[in-house]
Design a protein around this ligand. Structure first.
Ligand code: 13P
Ligand code: SF4
Length: 299
């Protein structure tokens, strides 16, 4: 199906497509909005269309539904789920709440709707440091990502950060040694890394930031070669914006879940519906607060 037909279908079906930078480029090419988790959450509050297709993993569809309960939200492939989203449980949150009086439960957006509904505020990698700094509480239980928690701890020493032990399997599997091997091969390249990576990797990075932060950094840097330590899907946006620059990736950095999304399934969803996201009213009511608080404080 060509782009024109897809555009007609979008209008006919009153549908808009949101896509994360990590999905296959065939999907990024036809999406109306492509971005990082924060951008997609922001965009989701400003859409007119009745139907929203979320080309991302499950928690992304849930977040869009929580912010738009009256709309129909569809996933391209509901089997695409972020493993880290499940790496904390409600009992652990309750234990922390019982232990500390002055506690904020700060929830990375890579989490289930239910976990969000038990949290005080959500963050993404683009705004986590800024938001944690602004919180009145001294003690911060950061869930689910332990690596991002430790990164925040370093930059916000005035807070007592309690790190949950979840992780992104794709970012966490990268070692400093693997990055150093690339550095030896491409001596002029700068290392740009996502904060979901382990400390040993972040320690040797020249820049640490979210996917959109990495893309912006390439644009503002007058150098031409970069070792990009995040998921390979971002390469499409990098080459589109900076065709004359060079980008080197680690072969292991492929999110198997993001790659479960295929263009043919997106087109099928657009034509026939299906894969709709449902979240209970009770969870929506509770999870809306931390998400909206993030949109306000993270701006
Ligand atoms: P950002 O979109 O915040 O850069 O996070 C990357 C990620 O892992 C999304 O699943
Ligand atoms: Fe989850 Fe990691 Fe995949 Fe992002 S890259 S969706 S954090 S598993």
């Amino acid at each position: 199906m060509n782009k024109e037909k897809i555009d007609i279908l979008k209008k006919e079906k009153n549908t808009v497509i949101l896509a994360h930078y990590y999905v296959d480029e065939s999907i990024q090419k036809i999406a109306d909005y492509v971005g990082d988790s924060f951008y997609l959450a922001q965009v989701a509050t400003k859409l007119e269309e009745k139907n929203i297709i979320v080309a991302g993993v499950y928690f992304m569809g849930e977040s869009v539904k929580i912010l738009n309960p009256e709309k129909n939200i569809y996933l391209v492939n509901p089997k695409a789920d972020c493993p880290m989203a499940h790496m904390v449980n409600i009992n652990t949150i309750e234990e922390m709440r019982n232990k500390y009086n002055d506690l904020a439960v700060v929830c990375y957006i890579n989490s289930t709707a239910e976990i969000k509904s038990h949290s005080d505020i959500c963050v993404t990698s683009a705004n986590a440091v800024k938001i944690v700094r602004k919180l009145p509480e001294k003690n911060i239980f950061f869930i689910p990502d332990g690596n991002l928690a430790k990164y925040i701890e370093k930059l916000v020493p005035e807070k007592n950060i309690i790190a949950n032990n979840g992780f992104c399997p794709i970012h966490n599997r990268v070692s400093a040694r693997a990055v150093n091997n690339l550095k030896m091969k491409y001596k002029d390249a700068k290392v740009l890394a996502h904060p979901e990576c382990k400390k040993e990797v972040l320690d040797i990075a020249d820049y640490i930031g979210s996917t959109s932060g990495i893309i912006k950094k390439v644009g503002t840097c007058n150098l031409n070669e970069f070792i990009i330590v995040t998921e390979i899907g971002i390469k499409y946006e990098l080459l589109k914006n900076y065709p004359n620059k060079r980008f080197y990736f680690l072969d292991s950095m492929i999110c198997e879940d993001m790659k479960l999304l295929e263009l043919k399934d997106l087109l099928k969803t657009m034509e026939k519906g299906g894969n709709e996201v449902f979240v209970s009213e009770e969870v929506i009511e509770k999870a809306k607060k931390p998400l909206k608080r993030m949109l306000k404080l993270g701006e």
